[in-house]
Design a protein around this ligand. Structure first.
Ligand SMILES: Cc1cc2nc3c(=O)[nH]c(=O)nc-3n(C[C@H](O)[C@H](O)[C@H](O)COP(=O)(O)O)c2cc1C
Length: 195
């Protein structure tokens, strides 16, 4: 079967952010799976202008644009900021629109508190629906993230491997089904293969 392209977006540019640890660890788990091709996009690497916003800027970020055009799905690592998502995460997502349609998105919630980003994920679900993304139902949560990794980024609780497997199994299933749909079921949003 074809490999699925499933990039990971790290959704904060905050100095000393802890979300970088789950993001890097998850990339490692994804790279173990032969059916997945991935790469990390970091919100901190997007030189977003202070006086402009949205799709009109997409050509300033060709790697992001072209990767999402080719992608079959997306993982968003979302730190919880006052029960919501960082503005920079929204600004990066808002660079594109039609490029996301009928692709899967899976959420990784990260928080200092005990709820593992549950509330930021709930806040993101209605927003990504407007982008045409289809949300998986198997989120991955990193509560009290500051205690979950050692200083070299190694995870301290091996239980996360099983949780990541279930999270990725569902993302792979959704991404494969949607890929088949994009290629075989006519829609005004994409070109199905001519049989
Ligand atoms: C502006 C701001 C608001 C925050 N609000 C919450 C919150 O509502 N709930 C929570 O559990 N942690 C909250 N935190 C802590 C972050 O979840 C914590 O720093 C975690 O490590 C993820 O964010 P980080 O990647 O920026 O470190 C907040 C942090 C910031 C900077």
């Amino acid at each position: 079967m074809d490999k699925l392209l499933l990039p990971v977006l790290l959704g904060t540019n905050r100095k000393n952010r802890n979300s970088v640890f789950p993001a890097r660890w998850l990339i490692g788990e994804m790279e173990k799976r032969p059916e997945i091709q991935t790469r990390l996009f970091d919100a901190a690497d997007f030189a977003l202008p202070h006086d402009d916003y949205g799709q009109g800027l997409k050509d300033l970020f060709p790697e992001w644009r072209d990767t999402i055009i080719k992608a079959d799905g997306l993982v968003v690592v979302a730190p919880e900021y006052n029960h919501g998502y960082p503005g920079v995460l929204k600004a990066v997502l808002d660079l594109l629109l039609k490029e996301y349609i009928h692709k899967a998105v899976a959420f990784v919630g990260v928080s200092a508190g005990p709820w593992g980003g549950t509330r930021v994920i709930e806040a993101m679900v209605p927003m990504v629906r407007e982008l045409g993304l289809a949300v998986t139902f198997t989120d991955l949560h990193f509560p009290t993230v500051q205690k979950l990794f050692d200083s070299d980024g190694r995870i301290l609780d091996q239980g996360f491997e099983k949780r990541a497997k279930e999270f990725l199994d569902e993302l792979v299933w959704m991404s494969r089904v949607l890929k088949w749909g994009r290629e075989n079921v006519p829609s005004k949003y994409h070109q199905a293969k001519v049989s």
